[in-house]
Write a protein that binds this ligand. Sequence first.
Ligand SMILES: *Cc1c(COP(=O)(O)O)cnc(C)c1O
Length: 531
Amino acid sequence: MAETNGHATHTPSQRYLSTRGADTDCSFEEVVLQGLATDGGLYIPEVIPKATNWKSWADLSFPDLAFEVLSLYISPDEIPAEDLKSIIKKSYETFRHADTTPLVHLEGNLHLLELFHGPTFAFKDVALQFLGNLFEYFLVRKNKGVPEGGSRHHLTVVGATSGDTGSAAIYGLRGKKDVSVFILHPKGRVSPIQEAQMTTVLDPNVHNLAVTGTFDDCQDIVKALFADPEMSTKLNLGAVNSINWARILAQITYYFHSYFSLSKNTEGFQVGSQVRFVVPTGNFGDVLAGYFAHRMGLPVEKLVIATNENDILDRFWKTGRYEKTPAEAAPADDTRIGGVKETYSPAMDILVSSNFERLLWFLYHEYAVTAGLNEEWNRTQASQAVAGWLKDLKAKGGFGPIDGELMGYARRDFESERVSDNQTIDEISKTYGNLNYMLDPHSAVGIAASRRSLERAQSSQHISLSTAHPAKFSGAVERALSGIEGFSFETSVQPAEFKGLEERERRVREVANSWNEVGKVLVEELAKEKA
Ligand SMILES: *Cc1c(COP(=O)(O)O)cnc(C)c1O
């Protein structure tokens, strides 16, 4: 086995390596603070732990369940149990619902998992509330014993957003000690409610930068800052996008939690029965957490990936090829000219899914294991395959078709569905009309996919993940429902927390579309913050 850097007391699921092979034997703290691996790969645990006692978790509260799940991936040598418990408690206290992520029965074998009861009304809160507290915990610990006026460790989180990630990151990090957060959004191009959510947070460690450019420009600026050695070391940059392992980890909990809720409220469904999860998918973070839950032992019949018209994942499951632009004729309703299509579910508008790399590693690893050689060889094979595929993705815009045996593993655990904009709007109005339940467009993509899955597997219980509150995406919801008599967005949709939000005091700084300029602004704002 590889030599250890002092993490020998950690179990293999508490030690991390890079999907591309260069980093091995990393601690949880290293992977969380580092974000991306040094070789450009993503961190994964050496093994996915089997939770042999998972059935005994059935009656645990959400935080207690989170503790059981997270403990398998975090050594108590790194975060003692009591500390981890208090980080978790603090992270989920901010949720408005007693059950944290409640499961709602829609009809028949269809259930909706509401993940939007956190501070920013979207599922990203589940992970980012936790990540914010983790960052603070690690930094404060590093600073123990630093004398008054001494130089403290400080983390500067920088991220780009088209809406959801930014607000969830800001609410996860506001007021945290020894951490600052800079969120870049394209000026005038995020929804009014999302802009208000972000810019009305006035904590001194929160900095909103409105870039005169597009979301892609914002992402390019962030990448350039991270790639610049001076910036990245001088400012100790940290990442909050979904490549951060802690985000995936935190999301595993609600797969178990919703499964137990289902078992308590559904006749004929016992702990041990199989379930289908349907997941509206963009960067593959959310559904990857489901894959981990399944590999840990949760009885999952299928994970159904639901994409919008940005359907690279759906095409992969159908063809075995992972390509930015389809080689074959695009579906008739596809209006792309290459690049990302703007849809009614903008949080899923992606060209490639960053977390898919993690699944590829595990698929190839499974394949390597059948050769019966040693574990070190298996890992090397998987890393080499992943590095090769990602190289082709960068150089040629895609790879595949991949080996049939690998596709067999992928299809054993996953199915996929593509849901168009029209189908999304239809689903919002149908579900409202028939069931009196208002879906946001992302959740509607999931429900539309669930209905197709139910046609194939009528007798299976389906848990469809609801990733945002409808009030966050009023444009699509109004479009779908405005014809309905008596419908008023203000009275039917808007939560009290959003009322008056747009009139509140804001703090935002406009910046030029240039990473150099943004770099200067970072340095300047950090100096002001410390003064
Ligand atoms: C981020 C997001 C998604 C997609 O989640 P991934 O982990 O990127 O697949 C879906 N819906 C909403 C509302 C989101 O904010």
